[in-house]
Design a protein around this ligand. Sequence first.
Ligand SMILES: C[S@@+](CC[C@H](N)C(=O)[O-])C[C@H]1O[C@@H](n2cnc3c(N)ncnc32)[C@H](O)[C@@H]1O
Length: 181
Amino acid sequence: MLSMKPHLVLAHHFWSEVVEPGDTVIDATCGNGHDTLYLSSLVGKTGRVIGYDIQPEAIAATKRRLEGAAELKLLSHEQFEEPHATLIVYNLGYLPGANKRVTTAAKTTLQSVHHALQIASRAISILCYPGHEEGMHEAEQLLAWISSLKETYWDVSLHRWPLKRHSPFLIWLTKQTPPPS
Ligand SMILES: C[S@@+](CC[C@H](N)C(=O)[O-])C[C@H]1O[C@@H](n2cnc3c(N)ncnc32)[C@H](O)[C@@H]1O
C-alpha cells in the first residue's frame, strides 16, 4: 500500500525528474513542511529551498521539520522575491489540522502562477483540492487558465481521476526548450 496519497507520489516523482543538486526551488505553500523537506533532499546541501506561507504556525512547523535547511517567508505567494527557480510547487488548500477557512484562494493563486511562469526555468507543479468550496472554484479557474497556455512555451499535463470530481489532482507544467533563433 502507498504510504502517501497517489497525487503526492506522482508529484514527488515528477519533481525528482527535473530537480538536480544545487538547484533553487520554491515551495509556494509550505504548510507543515513535508513537501519542503522532500525538495530539500533533492537540491542537497548546495541548493536552496525557499518556502512561502501566510500562517506563522505553518512557517514554524516547516522550520522544525527542516531544522534550518530552508529559507522561509511569512508572505503570500503572489509576489515571489526570487528572480529565478528551477521548480515552483503548490500544494493548495488549507493547513491540515488548522483553520479550514485559511485556504489558498483563486484570485491570489492565479496571480502567483502567472508570476511563476516568468521565473520558473523547468517546471511548475500545482496540486488542486476541489473537495471544498473555495478549492473547487480555484480548481475551475486553474483549469480555465491552463487552456489559455496553448501559445506559450509550456507543456501542460493534467493528472486526475475522471470519475471522481472531488478528488485531488495534479497540474504539471514543463518549459519547452525554445527553438534556436
Ligand atoms: C495543503 S497546505 C500545504 C501542505 C504542505 N505543502 C506540506 O507538505 O505540508 C496549504 C498551505 O497553503 C497556505 N496558504 C494559503 N494561502 C496562501 C498564500 N496566499 N500564500 C502562501 N501560502 C498560502 C496555507 O496556510 C497552508 O499552510
